[in-house]
Design a protein around this ligand. Structure first.
Ligand code: SF4
Length: 404
């Protein structure tokens, strides 16, 4: 198992620059994250795009290809939730063992000596064990912030606490976290709650236990095998998927703690409840930067990132909650020259077309991007917006980035 990189940073640097660099984003960074020309102001979030975990995972995948030029290389699933980055890996002949529509890993083709990359989200314990049994060479790019969540849920299992995980049950990271919450002997339990609505259902059961069979049916998709609400809701340790909205995670933790107090009394709180805020610092910084941006009197916010990227979706949600229109797009091809935009509305799975999205007169346009969005894709969107507003690019980009 390789976990610390191969020391090939200088060898892969030209490929990373070619595939992900943006001179235009660099220009914004060096000029206070804003550009004003005539009646157009573009404001870029001060924290956006690749986070430290994604940077590391992508670099490690490129290093792996460089280190093993003649080996068959697999990855258990999307390395991060950005279609363009995953396509780059496919171009490097890295083979995917699962798809976004079916996260179950197909191990049939993996043979001893094959190299298998584990993505930034990590992998489930059972998948890791199966790959080891097959004699695969593992390259683990799991983000340190995810490993920190696993440490907490393993401690819960050891101490007899059920892990209440605030996350999306079908997200790779939460699937992996749930598997680690079973603990070393498989003795631990977990329950995944997606939002405050589901949390309220759990809290009502804690406060006034009802029909356990009905509860088990309701949460069958989201709890550990053998989960019994009458036995396993008495000691809770809250953890969260690292990319959830931090205000939601904190509120959910508070509500669960309160339910245990209502049921067992305040004196039992410390013995029965623990909570670790496991939102990663990169997610928090991107959410904070959007809150700052929204305070700048924007007409609208453009959010760039994969539609299945949890942290990107939450950036758009913050904007809508603030009352500022948000347009979540995957890349610059969503911006049409006829003035329309193709985007995913918040809480909707499908894209829609908005015929007219840019103000005709003075406009203050915010731009942000999720932690899995490469700089060149941010730069392409910035260039397209400037073009639609008839503003000249402030920097020559073609010699540095072919994509802009
Ligand atoms: S969003 Fe956070 S947890 Fe996920 S890869 Fe980035 S730093 Fe790691």
């Amino acid at each position: 198992m390789f976990r610390k990189g191969f020391g090939l940073g200088s060898e892969i640097a030209p490929a990373l620059t070619r595939d992900y660099h943006s001179a235009l984003v660099e220009w914004f960074r060096n000029n206070g994250f804003s550009l004003t020309a005539d009646d157009t102001t573009i404001l870029l979030a001060s924290e956006l795009g690749f986070c430290y975990g994604v940077d590391r995972a992508v670099e490690y995948a490129y290093e792996t290809r460089h280190k093993f030029p003649d080996r068959r290389i697999y990855i258990t699933g999307e390395i991060i939730h950005n279609p363009h980055v995953n396509d780059k890996l496919r171009e490097m002949e890295i083979l995917f063992l699962s798809t976004p529509d079916n996260l179950e890993i197909d191990l049939d083709a993996v043979e001893a000596g094959d190299v298998v990359i584990l993505p930034a989200f990590g992998a489930r314990v059972e998948d890791l064990n199966a790959l080891r049994e097959r004699g695969a060479v593992l390259v683990d790019t799991t983000c340190g912030s995810v490993l920190n969540v696993w440490k907490n849920v393993q401690r819960n299992a050891r101490d007899g606490f059920t892990s209440a995980i605030h996350g999306k049950v079908a997200h790779e990271e939460t699937r992996a976290t749930a598997s680690w919450a079973r603990g070393a002997e498989g003795q631990g339990h977990y329950l995944v709650v997606r939002d405050m609505g589901e949390t309220e259902e759990v809290c009502r059961y804690i406060e006034e236990p009802g029909e356990s069979a009905a509860f088990r049916t309701r949460f069958a998709h989201a709890c550990s095998p053998g989960f019994d609400p009458d036995l396993h809701l008495g000691h809770l340790g809250v953890a969260n998927q690292t990319t959830m909205l931090s205000s939601d995670s904190l509120a959910i933790a508070r509500r669960l703690g309160q339910a245990l107090t209502t049921r067992y009394g305040a004196s039992e709180q410390a013995r029965r409840f623990r909570s670790f805020d496991t939102i990663c610092s990169a997610t928090q910084e991107r959410q904070d930067a959007v809150v700052d941006l929204l305070a700048m009197n924007l007409d609208l916010l453009v959010v760039i990132g994969g539609y299945n990227s949890s942290n990107t979706n939450h950036l758009a949600e913050l904007s809508i909650d603030h009352g500022t229109p948000a347009f979540h797009i995957e890349d610059f091809t969503a911006l049409n020259s006829d003035g329309s935009i193709r985007y995913k509305p918040v809480h909707n799975a499908d894209e829609i077309i908005e015929p007219s999205w840019l103000p005709r007169g003075p406009a203050r346009i915010g731009v942000t991007a999720g932690a899995s969005t490469p700089n060149n894709h941010i730069g392409q969107v910035l260039a397209a917006i400037l073009n639609l507003r008839r503003v000249a690019l402030p920097v020559e980009t073609s010699s540095i980035c072919h994509a802009e």
